[in-house]
Design a binder for this molecule. Sequence first.
Ligand SMILES: [Zn+2]
Length: 244
Amino acid sequence: MGKRFVARCALCGEVRLSTREHVIPRGFYPPSKASSRIQRIVIPACGPCNNGTADDDVHLRNVISIAGTANAAVTELWDGPIRRSLRLGDGPRRAAEMMRIMTPPTERPGMFRIYPGKDARILRSVRKIVRGLSFHHGLRWPLDDDQVFCDTLRAPVPTVVLNHMTEAHAEPDIMNYRYATVTDSPGIESGWLLRFYERTVFIGMVFESAQEKRRQETIGELGRFETRLETVINGETGIPSVRD
Ligand SMILES: [Zn+2]
């Protein structure tokens, strides 16, 4: 538990006893990076905003660690923290939760498709990262969880869209991301692309309010925006796609 201090929480905006929290959960970094001197992205966050999300964060890390080809960071995580998390006390539960979103496709025996976008806890963890990054980059904060939409990215993003986005990273092999403020879609304030471990990509959208997000969901506008963002133009994107 880090040092406590009174601050305005970056996630809920309440002035409360807070700690410095990592926007990218510490468990996402392999042990060899534990002593890294690279400044990680931290935000002040209160107890209520942090409690209860650690388990979801581990679940998110484990699931995105089994999707696709492993980079060195993922291999190291599998050789240590992930293997341990699946063996200890609640390991069987974790494994069962991972299996639930894996579907064996018929055309490739022994291979599984993974659907992180169908898992509410995973998406909540991703939304929390977007909320933290929004604060970090001086965009709107605080953000309610239900003001943010996240999903897995299903098709490459057009280069023209990517070129309008600012590129940043929390160490490129762990998570790199792009973001942009949105001016041409009323009610949507910013768009995000988060790529974990050089492969699994999530899309994020920040709405001016939870009501506005619900309204756009209801009238199907949200789906149209996503489709527009995901329209495939000539494939070349710089960010590989992931089929959820
Ligand atoms: Zn809070």
